[in-house]
Ligand binder design. Structure first.
Ligand code: F0G
Length: 383
């Protein structure tokens, strides 16, 4: 089959030579990747610091989160291996992506989600894309254990980030950033839950700066000391990787699993991260750090970003910028730095939390009368 014209057909096509696919692999794609890298115009001035902050708006992927990058690879490889069903535990975004890519591939998706603890948009997606959606009376960590056990007893492929193909897909975000900036940033800030994404980004940055034939990073499950995937290095630099967690779900900050994680940022409500060891390797190799944020700080930054820049991300995503702003203000991230923050998911995923934050202040009810509309405008404009 041929494709017409010069269409963008997804990240596997674009980075085929740096991903574990062959010429005749059937690609399962929804046109994911190639997301905007937006330079913040107003927030740096608000905090009075001379820094360049870019946000990688992953909420513009086909199902509204970065998970699509990993899912195109995981489902492509599952189909290639003859699998008829995929399964995942999820705080919402992985289940949406798994459901969509399984639908595209014509296979089944089973998703385990914590009852009452996923954002409404994500639940709507899993159901609409036709996943068999199992709400469990337990949290994400319980679901993850169940998924790993059931995969030994039923013919299903796990598409959580313990599936190494997921990280291979997600590493392409770093390729896009390096290509667009013409260099690696000084700091790359991400929200951390399972720590798959921070690990994937590090793999991507390392491959972008490693000569062919050399070992890339200890975090990469594919790296056997003679990596097949780096092309000629695009850049020599690598960023410090900074991972931010919600205070109620911050096992990396505590140094041990958290038994009953809680946070308004439900996407990162995870107490027992699957990529524990890899994430520590990332910190050691990159010279970065983990830190935590209170729920209110996360929500304040979500709103600041929406109101000052016109960019709407979900609460978990705002943790990256929230942490970065705090560390810029304190000088831990010095002036003159180039910083990239990943906005992992779209704000539309979680309308309840958004409306809950602004309803009373912003939503006014009036009669359908000209004078009332006019007076509202004049009052607001102070004329
Ligand atoms: N941001 C969002 C919006 C997420 O959905 C997730 C993870 C993360 C950040 C953290 O990424 O786990 O790679 O460190 N969501 C998973 C899910 C767990 O099920 O959708 P991570």
């Amino acid at each position: 089959m041929t494709t017409l014209g010069n269409r963008y057909t997804g990240l596997i096509s674009r980075y085929r030579d740096r991903l574990p696919v062959s010429a005749d692999t059937r690609l399962i794609s929804l046109g994911e990747g190639n997301t905007p890298l937006l330079k913040l115009k107003n927030i740096p001035a608000l905090i009075g610091k001379n820094v360049e902050i870019y946000v990688k708006y992953e909420g513009l992927n086909p199902t509204g989160s970065f998970k699509d990058r990993g899912m195109t690879m995981a489902v492509t490889k599952a189909v290639e291996a003859g699998s008829k069903a995929v399964i995942c535990a999820s705080t919402g975004n992985t289940s949406a992506a798994a459901a969509a890519y399984a639908a595209r591939a014509g296979i089944k998706a089973f998703v385990l989600i914590p009852e009452g603890k996923i954002a409404m948009g994500k639940l709507a997606q899993a159901m609409m894309y036709g996943a068999i959606t199992l709400q469990i009376r337990g949290n994400f960590d319980d679901g993850m254990e169940l998924v790993k056990q059931v995969a030994n007893e039923a013919p299903v492929t796990i598409v959580n980030s313990v599936n190494p193909f997921r990280l291979q897909g997600q590493k392409t975000a770093a390729f896009e950033i390096v290509e667009e900036l013409g260099r690696a940033p000084d700091y790359h800030c991400l929200p951390v839950g399972n720590a798959g994404n921070i690990t994937a980004h590090w793999i991507g940055y390392c491959e972008s700066s490693t000569p062919i034939g050399q070992k890339v990073t200890d975090s990469c499950a594919f790296c056997d000391g003679d990596c097949r995937y780096p092309k000629a290095p695009i850049t020599t630099g690598r960023p410090k990787m900074v991972g931010y967690q919600a205070a109620g779900s911050a096992p990396f900050v505590r140094g041990e699993p958290v038994l009953n994680p809680e946070t308004v940022a439900t996407a990162i409500r995870i107490g027992n991260p699957q990529s524990w060891a890899q994430a520590h390797t990332v910190m050691k190799e990159s010279g970065g750090w983990f830190d935590e944020l209170a729920d209110q700080e996360i929500l304040d930054t979500q709103r600041l970003l929406a109101m000052s820049e016109g960019i709407f991300c979900e609460p978990a995503s705002a943790a990256s910028l929230s942490g970065a702003l705090r560390d810029i203000k304190s000088g831990k991230i010095p002036e003159g730095s180039v910083i990239v923050c990943t906005l992992t998911g779209n704000g539309l995923k979680d309308p309840d939390t958004a409306i809950g934050q602004c309803a009373s202040a912003v939503l006014k009810t009036i009669d359908a009368k000209l004078d009332q509309v006019r007076d509202s405008i004049l009052q607001t404009m102070g004329v």
